[in-house]
Design a protein around this ligand. Structure first.
Ligand SMILES: [Mg+2]
Length: 393
């Protein structure tokens, strides 16, 4: 049996510790992860790789012929993170090994902590892809840009004028709380789609497919560390892969969706809303209030499963105004201090350390006089209601 003629792009990421707080990955951890992937390449597990980081997240961008969810490829990534964690511990880096929730690898990194975005396709003669990597936010942060890219003609001109895009796209939306999925068609069902993905903490665009032939257009990592671990262990900073050109939105249409620095959840302690700032690699680090949340975009061409590139796509003055607006929004949001909507709402805070603080105050609450006074009345009404229902029986 030969290997698949198809190419798989796997982007697997984890926060295995960082320098001076949750700021940036240490170069020594990148070096050791690169060494592990080089070994994997020489053994034929993968064809090519590129190791990089945004903020405190280490990203392994790999190409191979083994399809998605391949055990050998996932095991290689797991080993790279484990080796990098050893170095992180030796260096005393902050939160070393934070995203690795298990000691042992068991066939697949999904559910063990790392975030995964993978897609398999037959390469076009020219196969441009863009890998998005974000820090200090969650997978739902990509909902709005994915909608803009694949469903909004005010963003993507090709939806109107290119016959290959005109048929629209299918969105596979993942309910991260229930572990369920639904597929919705754009443009026919965009109101239903928006009714879901407007709640990015729960409903996450996991995949986008071209409607005419089911060809994969985009994939987003959907792991939510807090729900996997049952306690807060850091926001699951997401990655995404988007195919560009020739039957898909143009690279510039894909990037255009990030020209508006929309508000996302994450930032300081994974507990705040802030603007998603598109930056070049040189600013792929988080400082102010551990942020603001950042996204980088690396463009590659995939040829015979080799990665050509990358191009650092947000490293352009054309995104200066988006960054400036993100700075203004940062100032505006920060002035709210510990108040919502800068701080996340109570459902999301459940996975942070806030419940411990609230627990301490629980016994100091006393019933108000008004409530005491109202109680006998409420109780007698309840009794009356109960006896009425019994009468009906
Ligand atoms: Mg991070």
């Amino acid at each position: 049996m030969g290997e698949s003629p198809k190419t798989t792009v796997s982007v697997i990421k984890a926060d295995i510790g960082s320098l001076a707080g949750h700021h940036i990955v240490h170069p020594d951890t990148i070096a050791v992860a690169s060494r592990v992937l080089a070994e994997g390449k020489s053994k034929g597990v993968i064809v090519d790789y590129y190791v990089t980081n945004v903020g405190d997240d280490l990203q392994l961008i790999m190409t191979h012929r083994k399809g998605v969810d391949n055990e050998q490829v996932h095991e290689l990534a797991w080993r790279a993170f484990k080796e990098a964690t050893k170095v992180a511990k030796d260096l005393g880096l902050y939160a070393a090994g934070q995203d690795l929730l298990s000691e042992a690898f068991s066939g697949n990194v999904r559910g063990l902590g790392p975030g995964v975005a993978e897609m398999e396709f037959v390469e076009r003669p020219s196969e441009p892809i863009i890998v998005f990597m974000a820090d200090k936010t969650e997978p739902g942060a990509f909902n709005l840009p994915m909608y803009r890219i694949f469903a909004d003609p005010f963003n993507t001109a090709g939806l109107v004028i290119d016959p290959r895009l005109h048929g629209g796209f299918k969105f596979v939306v993942h309910d991260v709380f229930e572990g369920k999925e639904i597929t919705l068609n754009a443009p026919e069902e965009i109101y239903d789609l928006l009714a879901l993905i407007g709640t990015p903490s729960r409903f996450v665009v996991r995949k986008v497919l071209r409607k005419s032939d089911n060809e994969i257009g985009a994939v987003v990592s959907v792991e939510r560390l807090s729900l996997i671990a049952g306690r807060y262990v850091g926001k699951d900073d997401p990655v995404a892969i988007v195919r560009a050109q020739s039957g898909f939105p143009a690279a510039g249409e894909i990037l255009e969706a990030f020209s508006h620095p929309h508000l996302v959840a994450g930032w300081m302690r994974g507990s705040h809303h802030g603007p998603l700032m598109p930056v070049g690699m040189r600013y792929a680090k988080v400082t102010r209030f551990d942020g603001p949340p950042r996204v980088v975009a690396l463009g590659f061409n995939v040829k015979n499963a080799k990665l050509i590139g990358p191009a650092d796509l947000f490293d352009d003055v054309a995104f200066d105004e988006a960054r400036r607006m993100a700075q203004l929004v940062t100032d505006y949001m920060r002035r709210h201090g510990p108040f919502m909507p800068h701080r996340l709402g109570p459902e999301e805070m459940e996975y942070t350390t806030l419940p411990e603080v609230l627990e301490k105050l629980k016994d100091r609450f006393v019933e108000t006089e008004a409530r005491k006074a109202a109680k006998p009345k409420v109780e007698s009404e309840l009794l009356a209601h109960k006896s009425q229902s019994e009468d009906v029986d």
